[in-house]
Ligand binder design. Structure first.
Ligand code: SF4
Length: 167
């Protein structure tokens, strides 16, 4: 994908919560590499956060083991709208070699809706950064649909009735 011109300036930082749904840790190490000084994705505004309640995006690695299915659903539900989901790695995208394994409920889009797929085993940090850029664009599109239409009547802050207080 060619980077979109308007991504030269990000409209807003994207805060990401990372969930390992049963990965071998290979994808997770590459995610750590993206925030290390060599790639330093934080300079573009992406920041890993410690709670889903602070996040704009959910980044999932791993093929979703049965143990993680409910946890993944609960994490997704805790992220406030608007939100996007990025899946990093072949396991989460398709199940890859674990596809239809007896102890999996995944891939991820069997459990929650997915907006961006980053393939690779594991994907390189450049691919993860590109995936985050796609997620920013998707998030902005969702935010545009949520803007208040101009014809919406403005609600007055003044109380409708005047209250008379006894002296
Ligand atoms: S995609 Fe590859 S590196 Fe990532 S969790 Fe699966 S096996 Fe590990």
């Amino acid at each position: 994908m060619k980077p979109e011109k308007h991504l030269e300036v990000l409209p807003k930082s994207i805060w990401v919560f990372h969930c390992n749904s049963g990965s071998c840790n290979g994808c997770d190490i590459e995610i750590v590499a993206t925030i290390s000084p060599r790639y330093d994705i934080e300079r573009f505004g992406m920041k890993l956060v410690g709670t889903p309640r602070h996040a704009d995006a959910l980044l999932v690695t791993g093929p979703v083991t049965k143990y993680m299915t409910d946890r993944l659903r609960r994490i997704y539900a805790q992220i406030p709208d608007p939100k996007v989901v990025i899946v990093v790695g072949n396991c989460g995208c398709s199940g890859d070699v674990f596809y239809k394994s007896y102890n999996l409920d995944g891939p991820v889009d069997n459990i929650i809706p997915v907006d961006v797929y980053v393939n690779g085993c594991p994907p390189r940090p450049e691919a993860i950064i590109e995936g985050v850029a796609k997620a920013v664009l998707k998030l902005e599109k969702i935010r545009e649909t949520l803007t208040v239409p101009k014809e919406t009547p403005v609600v007055s802050a003044e109380p409708e009735e005047e209250y008379i207080h006894d002296a």
